[in-house]
Design a protein around this ligand. Structure first.
Ligand SMILES: *Cc1c(COP(=O)(O)O)cnc(C)c1O
Length: 348
């Protein structure tokens, strides 16, 4: 039996020994009093990196997104996002629960909206039948879109629509470092276009916990109040922020390696007789559709028997995510197992 390979998500990574050392060595204080030097340093560093004024350390990307939406909206207003967006699909209905706002859902291409689609979903003003459009939210990369990414030019075009209609623009950047690695865009340019950005250090960058919400000083001041009321005011959480800082400093460059592995899996799957189609692989996510040889549940089971964990992602759909803890040896084994599932022998 091969060593366990967990492709369910890039959240499954464990801290490296060097990351643990950084955590143990972190100076900490009570962050609710604003006295945790490691959290303060992380917030400042992340804000500067993305060309924003201030940051707010939170336990999860769901919390950073939900706080941002709460600050940007009011009850009876609306958020425009793609129908596959994490904020709509995977945050438990939090937009309705936390913000009493609705969502206008765009049927984009692999999770990406065009400026025209965004503009078409803006509600007419001065008509009391409609909610009032307040916010546009992008996701980069798009999880359900198979890791597709927006380029800076595409973001700028959507920003122009927002500016013309006086709408705020939020980024769910759970995997923004993958988008940056793939596009070659500069993180600091993001600050030109977004009113708020959520980044996750616990995805591809490999920290055990932690997201940072970025925005103007005034925005973050209001966000800090919402974090407290949600129970997200943490105390000596600098131990966690130290892991995030380490991840930011040491694990962004290597994302190219995850992308290369995902691309190789795409090639293997395209040649496999149990696969109907694969979403084009651009970053570290591989989403593919099985033909009738397997159901998604049976395929996940077949992989599990070989010590490989994958996610069912809807009827006949499977998702693999590559990450820091998938070694080159594991990748080799993975390719062999995927090839061995073919009915016809694959020539060596
Ligand atoms: C993982 C993820 C989040 C945040 O998830 P948490 O588990 O709450 O940290 C947000 N958006 C996207 C697209 C994600 O993949």
């Amino acid at each position: 039996m091969i060593q366990k390979i967990d492709l369910r998500s890039d959240t499954v990574t464990k801290p490296t020994p060097a990351m643990l050392d950084a955590m143990f060595a972190a100076p900490v204080g009570d962050d609710v009093y604003g006295e945790d030097p490691t959290i303060n340093a992380l917030e400042e560093k992340a804000a500067a990196l993305f060309g924003m004024e201030a940051g707010l350390f939170c336990p999860s990307g769901t919390m950073t997104n939900q706080i941002a939406i709460k600050v940007h909206t009011a009850p009876l207003t609306e958020v425009i996002c793609d129908i596959s967006a994490h904020i709509h699909q995977y945050e438990g209905g939090g937009i309705a629960f936390n913000s009493a706002a609705s969502t206008a859902l765009v049927h984009g291409e692999r999770g990406k909206m065009t400026p025209q689609q965004v503009e078409a979903h803006i509600r007419p003003l001065d008509n009391i039948h409609f909610p009032e459009t307040k916010l546009v939210a992008l996701e980069n990369t798009c999880n359900k879109g198979g890791g597709a990414f927006y380029t800076l030019a595409e973001i700028a075009a959507i920003y122009e629509v927002c500016k013309r209609h006086n709408l705020a623009l939020h980024l769910d950047g759970a995997r923004v470092f993958n988008a940056l690695a793939a596009s070659g865009d500069q993180a600091s340019d993001y600050g030109l276009y977004f009113d708020s950005i959520s980044i996750c250090l616990s995805k591809g960058l490999g920290a055990p916990v932690g997201s940072v919400l970025l925005g103007s000083k005034d925005f973050i001041k209001r966000a800090r109040r919402i974090r407290k009321v949600l129970g997200g005011g943490m105390r000596q959480a600098g131990y966690l922020a130290a892991a995030c800082m380490y991840a930011l400093d040491n694990h962004a460059e290597r994302l190219q390696d995850d992308h290369r592995k995902a691309k190789e899996l795409e090639q293997v799957l395209l040649q496999s007789d149990y696969v109907e189609s694969v979403l084009p692989v651009e970053t570290n996510i591989v989403i593919f559709k099985l033909n009738n040889r397997y159901t998604d549940a049976a395929f996940v089971q077949a992989l599990a028997q070989q010590n490989i964990l994958a996610s069912s992602f809807g009827p006949q759909m499977i998702r693999f995510v590559t990450h820091l803890d998938v070694t080159d040896d594991m990748q080799q084994n993975l390719v062999q197992v995927l090839q061995s599932l073919n009915e016809q022998e694959v020539p060596a």
